[in-house]
Write a protein that binds this ligand. Structure first.
Ligand code: ADP
Length: 503
């Protein structure tokens, strides 16, 4: 276990000690953590890498905007890098850890006020430390007819961190950034920017109208390191009068293409309002069984073993769930339309299914897939393409080939969001197994490179792949980001390396 302090690159130990002394004055001694043991909760890493490579210098738990301004002033003075997190549970992408070693984690979990929930406009305004569980409980206590859209981490994570990463959920509000409205951002020099209508004094439309005036700035603060977001406006879904979740199953692996082609027009017409996730048999089976119960040899689990176990649980090669929302009078004709379309594509339709995440029910089901092999290793990789069946099939073939070669199973849910398809793949492995970890690392890198070679980007990525992914987007893209970075954070103290953007 490492006991010495990890110094930020280019900062001497004497200078770092002075910085820490000043930071303690800003937030209070007990809110500056440098003890290696006390930092361990921040260092849980599921990725195929060692936490040591990303070890933080410390953690600072600021509780107010004024404290953040004070922290930024000290970090600017000493050139100490600062990695902001909200709930810090970026599971399968790096958790709370920074993209480079030696950064101070700026932990905002103590800023956890729900500042507003407006049942008339169906909006909320929250601080970074607010979790989905907390917001859900608040809405339930007030008995408000409002729904939330939970990402995979469900109760444990929060809307600010997830939205800033452009995370997704499973209801019609699944695109979290598309349903965010208004930010408060503390810039590196301590100035406070309110985006959209938040900068117009007297406006009461901060959470209602996203664009304000002039360039739409909010996107600059997602998947980036240009500021510390301290408030975020959210649009909440009015609870629908009723809903019906539908399961469509395809009994052949080759049906993936047809399924995507059937889904797209229904999504574009709005007949289906939420994302359409097609879970493959292995991913769906991981909720019930462990790989070792089926197969204990090397290489990927043979398809026929997965399929025979899957069928015992009513699982087929592709399992699509989506939900129709509205009054019974609206749902009835739409059910007819989707049933016809999916039956024509060769699917079997079960119109009476349950999926908690599509209907405002918090759950931790997503974590069951970790039990497939045990040992807590997880890296998400989600290539993005246009929502075309041929692309989904090509991504499947790439993934299955590379994962299989490295001895991993292909656990996937190609998901049609709208015109875009995110082929969500979970690379699960035993993090404690000294053989499995380097294999997983290699598989991840090969997979990402193969997707990029085929023109598939990744919807987001983990701390160990940010620079590589940014490089794939070319010189001009990189230069523009660097120009913005230099203008907004001239000392480069905010989250260097985030999304490959460095000072
Ligand atoms: P969650 O716990 O909801 O998964 P995190 O709090 O781990 O989300 O945040 C995910 C990532 O988003 C962080 O690693 C960081 O890069 C960025 N981030 C989170 N909160 C902020 C914030 N308030 N300001 C700027 N960037 C942030």
């Amino acid at each position: 276990m490492p006991s010495r302090t990890v110094l930020p690159a280019g900062v001497s130990s004497a200078s770092f000690a002075r910085a820490l002394a000043e930071l303690r004055k800003v937030v209070g001694s007990e809110q500056v953590i440098t003890d290696r043991d006390a930092l361990l909760p921040y260092e849980k890493l599921m990725l195929a890498a060692q936490a040591e490579e990303f070890a933080p210098s410390g953690a600072i738990l600021a509780a107010t905007v004024e404290e953040i301004q004070g922290v930024l002033a000290v970090c600017n003075k000493y050139r100490a890098p600062l990695w902001p997190i909200s709930t810090g549970r970026n599971f399968g992408y790096g958790g709370a850890l920074p993209a480079t070693r030696g950064q101070l984690i700026l932990d905002l979990k103590r800023m956890n006020r729900i500042l507003d929930v407006d049942p008339v406009l169906s909006t909320a305004l929250v601080e970074p430390g607010v979790t989905y569980q907390q917001l859900h409980d608040h809405i339930a206590e007030r008995n408000l007819p409002l729904w939330l859209d939970f990402p995979g981490g469900g109760p444990l994570v929060g809307p600010v961190g997830n939205t800033l990463e452009r995370g997704t959920g499973s209801t019609p509000y699944a695109d979290h950034f598309a349903h965010a409205c208004g930010m408060e951002v503390v810039l590196a020099d301590g100035r406070i920017l309110r985006t959209g209508m938040g900068s117009l004094s007297g406006s009461r439309a901060w959470q209602a109208y996203r664009y304000g005036y002039g360039p739409y700035l909010d996107g600059l603060f997602t998947q980036s390191n240009f500021g510390v977001v301290t408030k975020l406006g959210l649009w909440l879904m009015p609870a629908p009068a009723s809903y019906r979740t539908i399961l469509v199953q395809y009994s052949e692996d080759s049906a993936l293409e047809r399924a995507v082609e059937a889904i797209r027009p229904l999504r574009l017409a709005g007949t289906i309002a939420n994302p359409c996730a097609l879970s493959n048999a292995a991913l769906a089976l991981a909720a019930y069984r462990r790989r070792a119960e089926l197969y204990q040899n090397g290489g990927p689990t043979p398809d026929e073993l997965i399929l025979s176990a899957a069928r015992q649980h009513g699982i087929e090669p592709w399992n699509l769930t989506f939900t129709l929302y509205g009054t019974p009078e609206q749902i009835a004709p739409n059910l007819d339309i989707v049933t016809r379309a999916f039956e024509m594509s060769g699917g079997r339709v079960d119109p009476d299914h349950h999926d908690p995440s599509q209907v405002n029910e918090l759950n931790l089901d997503a974590f069951r897939l970790l039990d497939w092999v045990g040992g807590g290793g997880l890296a998400w990789i989600a290539p993005v393409s246009a929502a075309l069946g041929a692309d989904a099939a090509r991504q499947r073939d790439i993934a299955r080939g590379i994962l299989g070669r490295h001895g991993f199973d292909y656990l996937a849910a190609p998901t049609v969001y709208g015109r875009d398809l995110h082929h969500v793949i979970a690379l699960v492995f035993d993090h404690g197994d000294p053989q499995a970890l380097p294999r997983a690392r290699m598989a991840f890198r090969e997979l990402a490179a193969a997707f990029l070679d085929s023109g598939y980007g990744l919807v987001r990525t983990s701390i160990d792949y940010m620079t590589a992914l940014a490089n794939a987007y070319g010189e001009t893209h990189r230069t523009v980001n660097h120009t913005l970075k230099r203008a907004l954070d001239p000392n480069g103290i905010l989250a260097p390396g985030k999304s490959g953007i460095r000072p």
